[in-house]
Design a protein around this ligand. Sequence first.
Ligand SMILES: N[C@H](CCC[C@H](N)C(=O)O)C(=O)O
Length: 279
Amino acid sequence: MRFTKMHGIGNDYIYINCMESTPDRLPELAIEMSDRHFGVGGDGIVLICPSEVADFKMRMFNNDGSEARMCGNASRCIARYVHDHGLTDRKRISLETLSGIKVLSLNMSGDGEVESVTVDMGEPEFRPELIPVHTESGRMVEEVVKTSQGEIKVTAVSMGNPHGVIFVDRIEDVDFDVLGPELESHAIWPDRANIEFLEVISRSEARMRVWERGTGETLACGTGACASAVAAALTGRCDRKVTIHLRGGDLAVEWGEDGHVMMTGGATEVFDGIYYRQH
Ligand SMILES: N[C@H](CCC[C@H](N)C(=O)O)C(=O)O
């Protein structure tokens, strides 16, 4: 099975061109291929499929085999892939996802190379029943959640997938390896959640460390950066246009006056290969 290894600022997935056919048993394939010793190695797999309602369709599986409704970094990588592999000559590409159609814009350099990709991530969702999150209030903004490390204030946002944003003074002081998995599977989340710890630097800058649902720590999370930027603006900590510094690089996020969140960042193709399925 041919595959292409790509990353969006360090959030590395295995991309499979499914324009002609799609493998079976996808959760098992995601687990097997993502293994960094017995497989290719990655945070998960991403399928590039035909669509009847958009230019292409994305399906994305975390490395625990769970399928996600949206993936920001993978959306940028798909835009680069379909351009560089000649699947389209468009510079604005529509992508069908489980959380609706997203519009990807290729930002080209002078010599015709893809320099970065801007994704219109759509509007954030705060209604608890649609995130989903269990809370008595109409919105979960800095609500106290009980954990083994004491009471933590969580802001819940969906960018097509669920996120819990926690504002911290210093990321270094967070007991990340305990709080990450504990909050990912906390009882407040019917479908688990991606957990972001955000250290605000200024009104236009913040640092983020992320524990992803179904994967654990990743070097970057596109939907998480958007959820964090929205939470920071919503709570008055940042302006609506911010740079998010992640362990794998930076993302530029703008929550526009039209309500749409625009995310811009890199997308890198690392290698192509042939995978011999183990099971
Ligand atoms: N773990 C996420 C999917 C990947 C999201 C992240 N890698 C991104 O770039 O948005 C979830 O289960 O909702």
